[in-house]
Design a protein around this ligand. Structure first.
Ligand code: FAD
Length: 281
């Protein structure tokens, strides 16, 4: 973990673009509450194939105008180079200079893969189009991306993104701090020298978390699964327990040199606020 200690800490909160007017009103409130914690930036997800393209842009511009930087996610699957160039230009016009560059996943039913196959090609395109203008964050997988043949291959692919010009990485969420520590060690051996910020998923709803984790390859350790199952439908107990477990995870990560935390807020403020309070940041 030594290599990560030299980086200054970055704290960020992730939103998805609201799907309804009610969602938009709620997100304004959530943003205002989380803005009081003075994060380094907010980020806004992007639907693969550009399905939330306009909504991501609108949310990013609205957040940026309120004073704390906003970083749009941008996925390249099922997109053309020209459409990506246009998105980059629009963000530059708005003074947005951080971006989370991803491959994305092909939505079911969408056949065309697009012109860029992997996130390293997207990072290269961003650098080619806009030089050093954007600070580029990419995804990292301490528990290995679900489509990767093995950890070594996945690490090699992660390094390609760094070599293409990524400045920092945000990890997929995990609940075993050892997964992160081992991943950082492997990155050190591979001479990967960028900040790798743990992605943190608060626990609020067990069945949703279980489904989501199956899809994205995040492991819910057996002890945690069994404790959560034991709460049945008691949402309040799940949330209280979730805050304790995730606060401990965050504390361990920070104590061991993690360069900040990136919270997958799911457009809710309460769980992140409770964890933040426990961490006394
Ligand atoms: P890549 O880095 O391209 O990796 C994908 C797979 O291909 C891996 O198995 C890798 O080992 C392999 N690979 C990579 N490069 C090569 C290469 N050159 N040759 C051969 N194989 C290669 N999804 C969204 O749709 N919208 C979002 O806003 C979004 N935000 C995210 C934010 C974070 C922090 C994270 C961790 C994930 C996010 N995702 C998002 C999910 C992400 O799009 C998926 O995990 C996707 O499957 C992989 O994206 P990637 O950028 O990691 O892809």
């Amino acid at each position: 973990m030594e290599s990560q200690k030299k980086f200054s800490r970055s704290f960020s909160f992730e939103f998805y673009p609201p799907k309804s007017e009610e969602g938009a009103a709620s997100l304004i409130k959530v943003h205002n509450e989380l803005a009081q914690l003075k994060p380094d930036y907010f980020s806004v997800t992007f639907g693969a194939g550009g399905s939330t393209r306009d909504k991501t842009f609108e949310s990013v511009v609205a957040i940026q105008q309120k004073g704390i930087p906003a970083a749009p996610h941008l996925s390249c699957v099922a997109s053309s180079r020209d459409s990506i160039r246009e998105i980059l230009k629009n963000y530059q016009t708005q003074g947005v200079n951080k971006i989370v560059a991803l491959r994305g996943d092909l939505p079911s039913g969408m056949m065309s893969l697009g012109e860029l196959r992997h996130a390293n090609e997207l990072v290269a395109l961003i650098r080619q189009e806009s030089g050093e203008y954007f600070q580029i964050h990419v995804a990292a997988y301490p528990e290995v991306h679900p489509q990767a043949a093995n950890a070594a291959q996945d690490l090699k692919h992660f390094k390609l993104k760094v070599e293409a010009g990524a400045d920092a990485a945000i990890t997929q969420y995990f609940y075993s701090p050892e997964a992160y520590f081992h991943f950082i060690e492997a990155c050190e051996i591979a001479s990967i020298d960028i900040p790798i910020v743990p992605g943190i998923m608060p626990i609020t709803n067990y069945s949703q978390l279980f489904r989501f984790s199956e899809m994205c390859g995040a492991d819910i350790p057996r002890w945690l699964r069994k404790r959560l199952e034991g709460f049945g439908d008691d949402r309040q107990s799940i949330q209280a327990f979730g805050v304790d477990v995730v606060s401990e995870l965050c504390q361990r990560l920070l104590d061991n040199g993690a360069p900040g935390l990136h919270f997958y807020t799911m457009n809710q403020s309460a769980p992140t606020l409770a964890i933040w309070k426990n961490l006394q940041l």
